[in-house]
Design a protein around this ligand. Structure first.
Ligand code: FAD
Length: 441
């Protein structure tokens, strides 16, 4: 029997919150879904009462507050079935990256996983999915074969390119929570079991050198190399190595899908700069989540991003003037390399059509109350000053939070595609059962 928990139920609070605390959900009821049938029942329950439906898997990317709605908590839909012969997996709506990576690794396979083991596989794939080996494999969205979806009419469909090409197009890159609830995905896996990867921390006095080196080095890299760089003032907390606690650092990350010796040669230029830490080594693909080592503790996090067409020395200096060792920025900055297979269209068209750009510039921080406006203003100043290097686009995958504007979201798509998504939404969900503040999630 499907449970509908309201504010009087003891489990209500635990069921309505996840990783990012920037948005508090105060739904009319929360449904802890234990089966596809529970999802179908919850959507019909909402439809019959003219309520909206929102979805919570892990809470890493809440896009709007589900106040007064039916919030479906999908975290228990955590089945992963790997078909090692077909090199595919069927992944339930509540599966996190680490569970999929572990299940695939048992067969020497890997998904196009992102940096955090905690992020939900389904929403990550539907949003685009920029993987640590994305330059090698392309966007995760291009590796979705089928989507099991409960639509606004309360019906369960299996959506493929063959069954409904327009919906399959829109769901992939344009349909995180706005076109239906995905109960499971079928995705491709890839034969990679070892990589050469890890990260190197550089101290504040080497920040500019490290960033300039990365900017130059990353201009012309083999596609099998995925890389990013993080600028951060680390907290003074015991779980960090002594030499990093409370320090400003630049963390350069690598994931190389080729032979280890070749990877070692490629990263030598950074070893020569004298990092404070160096974890870069041959590793099982299953350990890929250790490369970025992102914290799992829930936080009220606000972030913005922009796609840049280039990162020259002048851009590096502007970036450092906002987020360098002396800037006292109250936020972190991450720059991830695009290009390679990420720059090419997938075999089957998707709403994630805009694939230009050299890097994604992502900036964000924790803030609550009055600090939120201050943080958002600081992020706005950074993005405004980096605009000369921007493509005018954003990385849709990383957009989250109620501060994302419809115009910002539209800039992540090819001209006309935001309108095409609106038309699809109107056809499929005319009464706006799956609500967001700007319609596309
Ligand atoms: C620490 C961190 C690291 C990240 N790393 C990467 C990365 O490397 N690459 C990358 O591309 N992105 C990355 N992201 C972004 C992430 O992929 C998105 O925020 C994603 O939407 C999170 O999905 P979730 O299920 O974990 O979170 P939730 O907050 O539970 O879900 C986010 C939204 O997705 C929708 N949704 C969730 N489940 C379903 C479903 N079953 N059916 C329909 N809609 C659904 C809902 O609208 C929901 O509001 C990262 C985010 C964080 C916070």
């Amino acid at each position: 029997m499907t449970d509908y928990l309201d504010v009087h139920d003891a489990a209500y609070d635990a069921e309505r919150s996840g990783y990012n605390l920037s948005v508090e959900h105060r739904p009319a009821v929360v449904v802890p879904a234990r089966s596809t049938e529970d999802v179908v029942a919850a959507v019909r329950h909402a439809r019959d009462r003219a309520l909206g439906v929102a979805v919570l898997a892990t809470g890493h990317g809440p896009s709007w507050s589900a106040d007064g709605q039916v919030l479906i908590n999908t975290s228990r839909l955590d089945d992963v079935e790997v078909d090692p012969v077909a090199r595919t997996a069927r992944v339930g709506a509540g599966v996190r990256g680490e569970a999929l990576v572990a299940a695939a690794a048992e067969h020497g396979l890997a998904p196009v996983n992102g940096s955090s083991p905690e992020v939900g596989v389904v929403s990550y794939h539907l949003g685009g999915g920029l993987g640590v080996l994305g330059r090698h494999f392309g966007w995760a969205v291009d590796h979705v074969r089928a989507i099991e979806l409960v639509t606004a009419d309360g019906e369960l469909r299996r959506v493929t390119h063959g069954s409904d090409p327009e919906l399959f197009w829109g769901l992939r890159g344009g349909g995180r929570g706005t076109l239906g609830v995905a109960t499971a995905l079928e995705i491709d896996l890839h034969p990679v079991d070892r990589i050469y990867g890890g990260g190197m921390h550089f101290a504040a006095d080497r920040a500019r050198d490290a960033l300039l080196t990365w900017a130059d080095w990353s201009r012309d890299l083999p596609e099998a190399m995925g890389t990013s760089v993080l600028l951060i003032h680390l907290p003074d907390v015991p779980f960090l190595p002594e030499e990093l606690r409370g320090r400003y650092v630049v963390h350069v990350r690598f994931a190389w899908a080729g032979p280890a010796a070749e990877g070692e040669r490629l990263v030598r230029v950074f070893r020569d700069l004298g990092p404070v830490t160096d974890t870069v080594a041959e590793m099982p693909c299953a350990a890929v989540g250790t490369i970025h080592a992102e914290p799992a503790t829930p936080v009220a996090f606000h972030a913005r991003n922009a796609v840049l067409g280039s990162l020259d020395p002048e851009a590096v200096d502007v970036l450092l003037s906002h987020a360098g060792p002396d800037a006292g920025a109250g936020y972190l900055v991450e720059v991830r390399l695009l290009g390679g297979a990420l720059g090419r269209p997938g075999a089957v068209p998707s709403a994630l059509g805009r694939r230009d750009g050299h890097v994604v510039l992502y900036a964000g921080g924790a803030a609550e109350g009055e600090q939120v406006a201050e943080l958002q203003a600081a992020l706005g100043r950074l993005l405004a000053d980096m605009r000369p290097w921007g493509t005018g686009g954003v990385c849709v995958s990383f957009l989250s939070g109620s501060d994302v504007t419809a115009a910002e979201l539209a800039s992540g798509y090819l001209p006309g595609d935001a309108e095409r998504l609106d038309a699809l939404k109107t056809r499929l969900d005319p009464h706006d059962v799956f609500r967001t503040h700007h319609g596309r999630g």
